[in-house]
Write a protein that binds this ligand. Structure first.
Ligand code: HH2
Length: 252
């Protein structure tokens, strides 16, 4: 089966690659529909940036950003809600989202209650400080053990669709990201479907002579292809049309 494509829709002023572009709800909905036309299997709606150093957002502001967008898109495509807040997760699932993309890896009871899918993502620290000095003895072993423990807890709580995500760039150096990608099969072998989000992230810039964030399509495609060929069941990307085409070829 072809690796699924999750399109990124950040309704934020400060996301690292598309911050400010879709803050207006109508613009966000239009962009979401464009991602659907381009072949996205899921549209991931987020109202709080988690880029390194990002400032936290209050729940009511986050809801004001995401709810109208979810309501408009949910009849047209599967919508995931990218949040770390229980109140935002509950309201978003209520409004039609059916997948909870949880970078805090802690909100599975909300998914269980709503009968929604759940993504557990690994992060070391939190976004304000996570890139200061990431440290692991064995990054692949530690991330895998953490995600398996979270996935088992979620399944025990009644979540029937559980995804695991190594959290590329979340408290990780470029070397950590590369180790996780090089050994992605070990995470996939744990038995839970794997989601990888590497699109336009800074290690791609660092490995390509400092390309700016809007000039990382080829590197992002290379990572998506690599991830799909090494067991990822879904990739989270900004460039949906190009990635859908690449995933078709990997599957073939
Ligand atoms: N990365 C980002 C946000 N959410 N969710 C999952 N499951 N996996 C990821 O790798 C992931 C994620 C960061 O990227 P982006 O949304 O483009 O930027 P920002 O956090 O600045 O809004």
């Amino acid at each position: 089966m072809s690796t699924l494509v999750m399109g990124v829709l950040n309704v934020t002023p400060d996301s690292f690659s598309d911050g400010g572009r879709w803050l207006d709800p109508d613009a966000a909905v239009q962009h979401g529909l464009e991602l659907v036309r381009e072949g996205a299997d899921v549209v991931d709606v987020g109202g709080e940036s988690t880029r390194p150093g990002a400032e936290p957002v209050a729940a009511d502001e986050e809801l004001r950003r995401v709810l109208p967008v979810i309501t408009a898109l949910a009849p047209r495509v599967r919508v995931s809600i990218d949040t770390r807040k229980r109140a935002v997760a509950e309201a978003a699932l209520d409004a039609g989202a059916s997948l909870l993309n949880d970078v805090s890896a802690s909100l599975f009871p909300v998914a269980a209650q709503a009968g929604a899918g759940w993504v557990a993502m690994h992060m070391q620290g939190d976004p304000t400080t996570m890139q200061a000095a990431p440290r692991y003895d064995d990054v692949v072993g530690e991330v895998t053990a953490f995600l398996v423990e979270r996935a088992e807890a979620a399944a025990a709580a009644g979540v029937t669709e559980v995804w695991v995500d190594p959290g590329i760039g979340f408290g990780k150096t470029a070397a950590h990201n590369l180790s996780l990608l090089r050994r992605l099969r070990e995470l996939a072998a744990a038995g839970w479907p794997v989601l990888v989000g590497a699109s336009r992230k800074s290690f791609i810039g660092a490995l390509t002579g400092g390309r700016p964030v809007d000039d990382r399509l080829e590197g992002s495609l290379a990572v998506a292809v690599w991830a799909a060929a090494h067991g990822a069941a879904m990739v989270r990307v900004h460039d949906v049309a190009a990635t859908v085409q690449a995933m078709r070829l990997v599957a073939a």
